[in-house]
Design a protein around this ligand. Structure first.
Ligand code: NAP
Ligand code: MG
Length: 504
């Protein structure tokens, strides 16, 4: 292991340093294990392309061991006999433990993903803790209903009917690299609140915070096998998990093509699934806006998390009356943003997660230029060995271009003008995706007319990508199906059992 002091001059906690210095293993049945093949995966710091540490590369057999452990824990362990109040208590303790290690988690996210540690602490980590706390409350509120049956062909008997909501069983969770800890929380917290057991596979690019969370959940008192965390490649470990017949449910967040592959594999076993997929979310700016406020909103909607957000506002439609003024300000904001490593408190935009993502995003910028788009900000790689892309604003774009049609997942905004509401609705919906959208205006009548016409799982007004644990989140169209967060999340982790009792 190289000397972390020389490799990472930016300040970090001793506990963070110790975590990345020790050999990392994966969590199967309450034990920390290597891959049975001995394979490892390098964990890369995207700010300077250095190797932070190594994690096991799980094989199909490791996945099988983890699923079997989760099955045992679901069927016949202390977990299955645990009362809802005890699950609630464990989830509340988990929330406290995440908060108690907030800075450490934020630093791990900064090192592994590239994002700002300050932002991660305020947002990713606090939202993850809150997710556990919010879902803890649901453990004691999972309810069925009662039915007075009136079965016409059995008139002499009396029937009492009721429904039970039962934990769906063993859950396979596959998550992406853009919000590693938060996505782990979104899967684990509702699954555990419902009484499920879980095999979680973090993204190969960002496994560290999930492994740290696994340690804390063990300390918190979750029985062995309830939470298993396997690190590995999507094409091997992820695919083996998705097609495993021992799963009752698969919960996935990531790209639409991978989501479809997982969906096909799951359907063969009739595994329940929820798919949280990609997006190309429109931002609609009406002519009554305050220019400065709208420009800040537009810039934040795309550049937050270096554009690596499933709901990133990656297409902006600005009314022609204000287009030039709004976009001039957005470009100025983009030009002013400070690129840097996530551990530097002055960083406003971190590197992309990986060399692969860097190539992909630069490839889209080149494609945009080749198709006639013009960059009014950015348009190139940032300085240094890290995977930096300058915040980029493309104009002279239209719906025939790949940069307008496809999810880029980087700090690249395409801007178009519109003149009337019907036209902008048509443009906003001209996409296979339907995850999010935002409308910027104080014209209530216009806003209310637009909301029902936009095909998206969430519509924000005068804000963008804001999330709350109590508000359901998910996609229309090819952005997936199922809803996470809120009461809706519990439906994803429970089955309904109907009971009819003849008491004549
Ligand atoms: P991805 O392929 O969808 O990866 C998401 C997760 O699925 C990762 O854990 C990945 O493992 C795993 N995976 C990959 N192939 C799999 C398979 N065949 N079976 C089961 N699991 C599999 O996303 P990506 O390749 O990292 O990024 C590609 C593009 O996806 C991005 O450029 C972006 O457009 C989009 N994306 C969207 C979201 C979102 O939140 N909507 C998030 C991330 C990426 P590995 O990490 O080992 O590949
Ligand atoms: Mg990494």
């Amino acid at each position: 292991m190289t000397d972390q002091n020389t490799q990472h001059p930016l300040a970090m906690l001793d506990s963070t340093r110790a975590f990345i210095a020790a050999p990392r293993r994966m969590l199967i049945d309450g034990e920390w294990r290597e891959s049975e093949t001995g394979e490892t995966i390098d964990v890369i710091n995207p700010a300077d392309a250095s190797v932070l540490c190594r994690v096991p590369g799980a094989s199909e057999r490791d996945v099988d061991l983890a699923v079997r452990a989760a099955r045992r824990a679901f069927d016949d362990s202390a977990w299955s006999r645990m009362k809802p109040t005890d699950r609630e208590r464990l989830l509340l303790r988990a929330a406290d433990a995440i908060e108690a290690h907030a800075r450490e988690f934020a630093e791990l996210e900064a090192l592994d993903n590239g994002k700002s540690a300050a932002v991660a602490e305020a947002l990713d980590v606090s939202m993850a803790a809150q997710c556990f706390r919010y879902m803890a409350g649901w453990a004691t509120k999972i309810e069925g209903s009662t039915v007075d049956a009136s079965i016409p062909y059995s008139p002499s008997n009396a029937y009492f009917g009721y429904t039970r909501k039962e934990a769906v069983g063993v859950v396979g969770a596959i998550i992406p690299w853009n919000f590693p800890l938060l996505m782990a929380a979104w899967k684990l917290a509702p699954a555990l609140a419902a009484g499920c057991t879980v095999v979680l596979k973090p993204a190969e690019d960002t496994p560290l915070s999930a492994l740290r969370l696994g340690e804390l959940l063990q300390e918190t008192g979750f029985p062995a096998g309830v939470v298993n965390i396997i690190t590995g490649y999507g094409r091997t470990a992820g695919a083996a998990l998705a097609k495993h017949p021992g799963l009752d449910k698969i919960a996935f967040t990531g790209s639409t093509p991978t989501g479809k592959a997982i969906g096909h594999a799951a359907l063969d076993n009739m595994t329940r699934m929820s798919l949280e997929l990609g997006g190309k979310s429109p931002v609609i700016v009406l002519p009554d806006v305050d220019i400065e406020r709208a420009a800040e909103g537009v810039a934040n909607a795309i550049f937050f998390n270096s554009g690596q957000v499933c709901t990133a506002g990656s297409r902006v439609y600005v009314h022609e009356k204000v287009f030039d003024r709004v976009m001039e300000r957005v470009a100025a904001i983009a030009d002013s943003m400070k690129l840097g490593p996530g551990l530097d408190p002055s960083t406003q935009i971190g590197p992309l997660v990986s060399a692969r993502q860097l190539d992909r995003v630069l490839g889209y910028i080149d494609a945009g230029h080749a198709e006639g788009a013009r960059a009014i900000a950015g348009g190139a790689r940032g300085d240094g060995t890290g995977f930096f892309v300058k915040p980029t604003v493309l104009v002279d774009t239209d719906h025939s271009m790949r940069v307008v049609r496809e999810e880029i997942f980087g700090p690249v905004l395409v801007a178009m003008r519109f003149s009337d509401t019907d036209a902008v609705v048509k443009q906003a919906n001209d996409t296979p995706y339907g995850l999010g959208a935002s409308i910027w205006s104080n014209d209530l009548a216009q806003v209310h007319k637009l909301i029902p016409r936009i095909k998206a799982g969430t519509v924000w007004v005068n804000c963008h990508s804001l999330l709350d644990n109590a508000v359901p989140f998910g996609g229309f169209k090819q952005s997936g199906f199922g809803r996470e967060l809120g009461r809706a999340a519990l439906d994803m982790y429970t089955e309904t059992k109907s009971v009819l009792i003849n008491h004549a």
